[in-house]
Design a protein around this ligand. Structure first.
Ligand code: NDP
Ligand code: 8X3
Length: 253
């Protein structure tokens, strides 16, 4: 039977790579994000390339009203969600605590933490009723180690780590698997967003080493979703071969 995955933040980076990976392997997809034109272009690509069944839903995960309106009344077969990939997220700025913008902090917490909670709460009742499901949350190495000027981005990803662990425990009784994936540096639109369009700063993030790609993370996520019923990967931290911690890189001159 065709399985269904809901991917938040599928318009670029890790989410987009996951959409392609799962589509290539016969999944039905619900893809979401705020940029309608990117969603439509991905939808067309998935239909043309893989003959996938795709539902595109354009909304902002920060807005509980929009999340409820888009997700709480899905019709069959879209309401039979086997996998929820909570991927939508962002970093804004890399400033010292006393200088960082409160608005940036609020946006990160509202997206990375509250957005993940809003989406999960709308999808969970269906999984509980069917007594199965898999929730995969994208955390970060920034949710494992705090680094200089990482402050509230790190806090938001520490929260994702804690939420994933508590989901795993509380949802055991419903036969719902929970996996947290914690990537190190992945070259996506992440740094362009973090540095607010400053491409020089964004590109400099990856100087001297070969970062992960969205496809690298998608391959691992896909693996965690294919394990036997009785096996659950609770969490994985994944870095490129030249990254040893949040801030330690072996850079080639
Ligand atoms: P991208 O910027 O390439 O992708 C982010 C995705 O999130 C986009 O599809 C974007 O869609 C979506 N998104 C952001 N804000 C919202 C919102 N308010 N509502 C709905 N969708 C939203 O970055 P990545 O692919 O790298 O990031 C994906 C996840 O991976 C994030 O949670 C990030 O924190 C995490 N991560 C990234 C790492 C990296 O080095 N790149 C490392 C560790 C974790 P749109 O703009 O269309 O709304
Ligand atoms: C993104 C990785 O190290 O820039 O979550 O925080 S890092």
């Amino acid at each position: 039977m065709t399985k269904t995955i809901l991917i938040t933040g599928a318009t670029s980076g890790i989410g987009k790579a996951c959409a392609k990976k799962f589509a290539a392997n016969g999944y039905r997809l619900i893809i979401t994000g705020r940029r309608q034109e990117k969603l439509l272009s991905l939808k067309n690509e998935l239909i043309q390339q893989y003959q996938s069944e795709v539902l595109d839903l354009c909304f902002d995960v920060q807005d509980k009203g929009q999340v409820d309106a888009q997700l709480s009344d899905l019709k069959s077969p879209w309401n039979n969600i086997d996998i929820l990939l909570n991927n939508a997220g962002l970093a804004l700025g890399r400033d010292s605590f006393e200088e960082a913008s409160m608005h940036d902090w609020e946006t990160m917490l509202q997206t990375n933490v509250n957005g993940l909670l809003y989406v999960s709460k709308t999808i969970l009742p269906g999984m509980i009723a069917r007594k199965k499901g898999h929730i995969i949350n994208i955390g970060s190495i920034a949710g494992k180690e705090v680094y200089e000027n990482g402050n509230v981005y790190c806090a938001s990803k520490f929260a994702v780590d804690a939420i994933s662990k508590s989901m795993r425990i509380d949802l055991l009784k419903h036969n719902i698997k929970v996996t947290a994936i914690h990537p190190g540096a992945v070259e996506t639109e992440f740094s362009i967003v973090r540095y607010k369009g400053d491409e020089q700063k964004a590109n400099a993030t990856y100087n001297g080493f070969t970062p992960l790609t969205g496809e690298d993370i998608a391959d691992t996520i896909f693996y965690t979703a294919q394990l036997p019923e009785h096996v659950c990967i609770n969490e994985l931290t994944i870095t490129c071969a030249q990254q040893g911690s949040a801030t330690n890189f072996f850079k080639k001159p």
